[in-house]
Design a binder for this molecule. Structure first.
Ligand code: FE2
Length: 462
């Protein structure tokens, strides 16, 4: 199947938009051509463009099977990337009980009870449901953590089944995540090794949850050794606690730097960083930048969970997003939990995550808001190590979203749903544009999603 997207603004990465507009030709699931768009001569029906590459485009357009989409200047971006979610726990909020204190620790206790009742169908059903929600919102790459502190490894097997089932639409990575510890949970090391043997893509850890600091350090050493041996990446839940003494991120970064996993390791959450003093933070920036590790900040869960033991003043309890970006560290935003013991809300929306991240991390400068878009697209893709498989360029897989927005800033502000989501050259989701009929003093008409009236026409035609 062939497809042409005409007259699109192209997302160029890190919040930037490429100059001009482009036509994108899709063939056999790949992006075949990207050529500058040129306005058709006046009086034509728009099919008589004369720009470079029009031969290929004109030929494709005469093929009745070619789908032609006129973007009217809308933003064509590579798909959203979810760098951190927990599909095995998703949609279990209130089962068997609600997390009354709202703390991370009671959440873990609730989940520990719910885990006993897991079945394969239960996990497959809930995980698939959330992935459907994400695909409809343009998320086509997902890294899920999966609790492997369960002697049966039932959720892991179930998620591996889901990974196979959805692979034509979503690329799913599964992290072997030891929710109750590697050293502190009976048989933890064996379960991690077995999880990798059964097909986990990434090695996890949770050093701050281990019984002692020494156990935490040892658990990271174990995770890196396992990942190195198996050729995998590392993504640890790291320092997700308000304790300023929790400093495992320096251990993780140093292990990454000294092992063969430089640039292939991620520290998720790192909320203790929100309590570190200035002198230590400065030292840490240098280690993190040199190590090439990524950080994933999860604003929903951690705004909800952190600071629960504080009186006032109460800490925000998030990692140092702004400072680490400035230091050259790759930082992404993750959704983390969706309707589970740690977050009762959530729809899997990457733009909700980005918007919440903007406020949580005070990224309110115009460039910073565009960066927040990058943190749920190309910066998150770096966490997953997608490399040349990701982005709008000739020869790459035709995975993209067409957003009814003029810029990444606009997409974050208006929380737009993609008009089209394309996976491997196939339209997998379409959301027709909806206008609100507004009866307003002195006039009556349509209101388009918080766009000034002078700009609304383009999105109405999309
Ligand atoms: Fe998490």
């Amino acid at each position: 199947m062939r497809m042409i997207v005409r007259d699109a603004r192209l997302y160029a990465g890190d919040g930037e938009v490429a100059p001009g507009r482009a036509d994108v030709l899709v063939e056999d699931g790949r992006i075949a051509r990207v050529v500058p768009y040129e306005e058709p001569p006046p009086g034509t029906d728009g099919d008589a463009g004369t720009g470079p590459g029009t031969d290929a485009l004109a030929e494709a357009r005469t093929d009745a099977r070619t789908r032609v989409v006129d973007a009217h200047g809308a933003l064509l971006a590579p798909p959203f990337v979810e760098p951190h979610i927990h599909l095995d726990t998703a949609l279990t909020a209130g089962e068997p009980r609600w997390n009354a204190s709202g703390t991370l620790w009671e959440g873990i206790a609730c989940w520990s009870e719910r885990k006993e009742t897991l079945t394969r169908e239960d996990v497959v059903d809930r995980a698939t449901e959330v992935l459907r929600w994400q695909a409809a919102q343009g998320v086509l790459h997902v890294r899920t953590h999966c609790d492997v502190t369960d002697g049966r490894l039932l959720a892991l097997d179930a998620l591996a089944e889901v990974r196979d089932r959805v692979r034509d639409v979503i690329g799913l990575q599964i992290v072997a995540f030891p929710q109750e510890g590697i050293r502190s949970f009976p048989d933890g090391e064996r379960l991690m090794t077995e999880a990798v043997r059964r097909g986990a893509d990434v090695v996890g850890a949770i050093p701050h949850f281990e019984d002692t600091r020494e156990d935490g350090v040892e658990s990271l050493r174990f995770a890196f050794a396992l990942a190195e041996r198996e050729g995998l990446r590392v993504d640890a839940h790291c320092d997700e606690i308000d304790d300023e003494q929790s400093r495992f991120v320096e251990v993780l970064a140093t292990l990454a730097l000294r092992s063969g996993l430089r640039g292939r390791a991620t520290a998720s959450h790192t909320t203790a960083m929100g309590s570190y003093n200035g002198a230590y933070s400065y030292k840490l920036q240098r280690i993190l930048a040199r190590s090439g590790i990524s950080l994933v900040c999860n604003p929903f869960a951690n705004l909800g969970l952190q600071g629960r033991f504080d009186a006032y003043p109460r800490r925000r309890g998030l990692t140092q997003v702004k400072e680490m970006l400035a230091a050259g560290v790759n930082v992404a935003f993750g959704h983390d939990d969706v309707m589970d013991p740690w977050n009762p809300l959530g729809t899997g929306s990457p733009l909700q995550t980005a918007l919440t991240g903007v406020y949580a991390a005070q990224l309110t400068g115009t460039d910073e808001i565009a960066t927040a878009f990058a943190m749920v697209t190309d910066r998150a893709a770096r966490v997953l190590g997608l490399g040349e498989e990701y982005g709008i360029a000739e020869g790459r897989p035709a995975n993209f979203v067409l957003l009814p927005a003029g810029s990444p800033f606009d997409a974050v502000r208006r929380q737009v749903r993609p008009r089209y989501v394309v996976a491997r050259g196939r339209v997998v989701a379409e959301t027709p544009y909806q206008a609100t009929r507004l009866d307003w003093p002195g006039e009556e008409g349509e209101m388009i999603d918080f766009v000034r009236r002078r700009d609304a026409a383009a999105w109405q035609r999309l």
